[in-house]
Design a protein around this ligand. Structure first.
Ligand code: T3D
Length: 261
């Protein structure tokens, strides 16, 4: 296990687990925490032996969003610079990276903490967790992709309510509304999130990456643009060893071994 000050990372087979690790501050996203998250994601992306990433939080919260102690140190800070330098690179990395990212939301996910979770590919939340777009309460708007994901995932009416009223959304409702993949009992969270990440780590990496790219681009594409993208990605996948292995294993009735080639 590699210990750092605000996060810790741990490799479990093909999965890199990143734990936000400042529980006394509800894993608030300070400058150092953000920097460590980005470094961990970049190292996961660069390491061929990492096939999936799992992000979670230590203690009773997933993350309380921006560290308001840091924000309070400056009067009228340039938040545009903060967002540009520290938050957007994380969001862009999560959406653009080739590896699937699972988020295990272990408790409240507020502000940028909520939207950090929404930037991940598959979100599993503990039943006691909640999602809070806290921004409006302090005169801000949802960032880290909040205004991008919310209307797309839950529709404009619910997105407006969540963003403007800034009330916590229980994990069960988040699942019912399609904000997240699944809500599970608290004591099953890590087992289930790890099972998802481990499963992804055993699946064809190029195929998963193509799914991620196509799904993310579909949000802005026309039908014709999207089926053209599907055609191009499928053409590439058809030439891979993993596709040959997948079909051969199917006919041989054995478990396939995918190598990402
Ligand atoms: O500056 C930038 O980085 C710009 C970017 C902005 C993006 C954003 O994320 S803005 C939104 C920031 N987040 C919030 O506004 C949420 C603030 N926190 C809360 O609303 C509540 O704490 C929670 C709903 C998350 C949890 O409530 P509860 O009742 O379970 O816990 P609590 O008692 O409020 O908090 C426990 C402690 O954590 C407390 O410290 P204390 O009194 O025990 O010494 C509290 O001050 C601290 N804490 C909670 N949230 C933050 C925090 N410390 C620093 N930053 C926080 N965001």
């Amino acid at each position: 296990m590699q210990m750092t000050q605000k996060t810790h990372t741990e490799r479990v087979d093909g999965v890199l687990e990143i734990t936000l690790n400042e529980p006394d501050r509800l894993n608030a996203l300070g400058e150092q925490m953000n920097a460590e998250i980005l470094v961990a994601l970049k190292s996961a992306e660069a390491d061929d032996s990492v096939r999936a990433v799992l992000i979670t939080g230590a203690g009773r919260a997933f993350s309380a969003g921006a560290d308001l102690n840091e924000a309070a140190m400056q009067q009228r800070p340039d938040l545009g610079k903060v967002i540009h330098d520290r938050y957007n690179p994380i969001g862009e990395m999560l959406l653009g990276m080739t590896k699937p990212v699972v988020c295990a939301v272990n408790g409240v996910a507020a502000g940028a903490g909520a939207n950090l979770a929404l930037c991940c590919d598959i979100v599993v939340a503990a039943r006691s967790a909640s999602f809070l777009q806290a921004f409006a309460k302090i005169g801000l708007l949802p960032d880290l992709g909040g205004t991008y994901f919310l209307p797309r995932l839950v529709g404009r009416a619910r997105a407006m309510g969540l963003a403007m009223l800034a009330e916590p959304l229980p994990a069960e409702t988040a699942e019912q509304w399609g904000l997240i993949w699944r809500c599970v009992d608290d004591d099953k969270l890590m087992d289930q999130a790890r099972a998802v990440a481990t499963k992804l780590a055993s699946m064809p990496p190029l195929g998963l990456n193509a799914i991620k790219r196509a799904m993310n681009q579909s949000i802005d594409n026309s039908f014709v643009e999207q089926v053209t993208l599907e055609r191009d990605l499928q053409r590439q996948l058809g030439f891979t060893d993993d596709f040959a292995e997948g079909t051969q294993a199917f006919f041989e009735k054995r478990k396939p071994v995918f190598k990402g080639r």
